[in-house]
Every structure is written in C-alpha cells, then in structure tokens.
Write a protein that binds this ligand. Structure first.
Ligand SMILES: [Zn+2]
Length: 241
C-alpha cells in the first residue's frame, strides 16, 4: 500500500479504519531500525509472531533464518525498505507456499553489499589505565634494542591489549596505512608477571627484526638462532604468537 493512497483513505476514513491506518502510517514514517531489538519490534508490528529473539549476522550465507523462536538476519537488512521487511515477515509467517517463495525471491534480490560482509573491527587502543605500563614497555624496547639488537630495530608502537585472551602478545607488520606495532596482553602481564611480559616483548622484537630484515615471520631456524643471540633461548614455556 502506497503512502499516497494511505493519506487519501485517512482523510475520508471513519473510526476504526482511521486508527488502523494511522498506525500503518506511523509505521511507514518511523525511522529505520538500528539494532536487533528495534528490528524485531519493527517486524512484530508488521505481523511477525513466534519469535522471541533476533540476532544480526555478518555471515553472507545467512540472509534470514529462524529456529526455536530465534531469528537470524543479515545486518544489511536493517537498512532495507519496508517492502523487504514485510517480505521477511511473509517468508516466515505465510502458510501459502507461493507467497513464501515470492517473499524469498524478494529477500534474495536484496543486495547484501561486500562492505557489509566483513566490517573490520576498529583497531584497539591502549586503555588509559594501561598507558603507564605501555610506556614502561616502550622504555624496555629501547633498552633491549640497544643492548641486544645492536640498535638495529626502529622504534615501534607498543600497545597493551585487553582483547587478547589466549595469546600473550603479537607483532603486526605495517599494513593498510597502519604502522607496525607490538601488542602485549594485559591478562598475561597480570597473570604471569612483568618479567615474563618482558620475555614476550623480546620474542615479539625478534619478529620485528625478522620483518625489518625482510625475513618471513615465523618460528623457523633463523628465529630460534636470533632468539638465542638476544638471550631468550629456544625454550618456549608458553605459546607466544
Ligand atoms: Zn612468535
């Protein structure tokens, strides 16, 4: 039903019809849903029943899928126009096969852009409370560089990560306009202590050395040799990236 015809009927309508149309009109003019909860409420106003939870997915193979009262919808559909949202409801609710198939075609035709498929996580920044420890690690980087690497390394950004859980640290080469960095897990520093954190820093500095010397990154023979030279031996007590 188009907006124009709706307005026409509102003007000429009576009692019950008017209030139902007013509801429909409000629906058409409402801002698009921005969250999973808003989309669920939006679809419920369009007649969706039997769904208790809605989650948004970035998985391109999942457009719309429902099971056990849970609905998964690709997040690109947040911005879809009302007819596409109605197609979601028809696809799930209609008892007529032809109607479900037509709705399905409308959903499949809706473009799910490539940029929606893989929105990268925003780069993590050091938490303000961790800046002091990050600065201390940077001092150790300068000291180790001078004492153990003969000053061969360039200064590099040192970050303390609250996202890292399984890993102790990483060295990330410069990429996509972002400079190289070393990140050390905050959880690692707290659990295993600063001395072990410094061993991890040295380990990542060997990766930095590999990168800056043009060697492939990895734990190959060259890595082990360089590790021994700078005093961390071949032993790896914990898994370090
Ligand atoms: Zn490593």
């Amino acid at each position: 039903m188009g907006l124009r015809s709706l307005i026409g009927r509102l003007r000429g309508g009576r009692g019950a019809t008017r209030s139902r149309d007013a509801q429909q009109l409000a629906l058409e003019l409402a801002p698009p849903p921005r969250t999973a909860a808003e989309l669920l409420a939006h679809l419920q106003r369009m007649g969706l029943r039997g769904i208790r939870t809605l989650s948004l997915t970035r998985n391109r193979s999942v457009m719309v899928s429902a099971s056990d009262g849970g609905l998964r919808v690709h997040r690109a559909f947040l911005a879809a126009p009302a007819p596409v949202h109605r197609a979601i409801v028809r696809f799930l609710m209609s008892s007529r096969r032809a109607e479900r198939l037509a709705a399905r075609r409308a959903l499949v035709a809706f473009p799910v852009g490539d940029d929606e498929r893989r929105a990268p996580r925003a780069p993590e920044r050091t938490h303000p409370d961790d800046e002091k420890i990050a600065a201390t690690l940077a001092e150790w980087h300068a000291r180790y560089n001078s004492e153990r690497f003969g000053g061969a390394l360039t200064p590099v950004a040192i970050r303390v990560s609250r996202r890292m859980r399984a890993r102790l640290g990483h060295y990330a080469p410069a990429q996509a306009g972002r400079p190289a960095e070393i990140a050390i897990s905050r959880r690692h520093l707290r659990r295993h202590g600063f001395a072990e954190g410094l061993e991890t820093l040295l380990h990542e500095m060997v990766h930095q050395w590999q990168d800056e010397q043009g060697h492939p990154l990895g734990h190959d023979r060259h890595f082990r040799e360089k590790s021994r030279t700078v005093g961390i031996g071949g032993r790896a007590k914990r898994v370090v990236d």
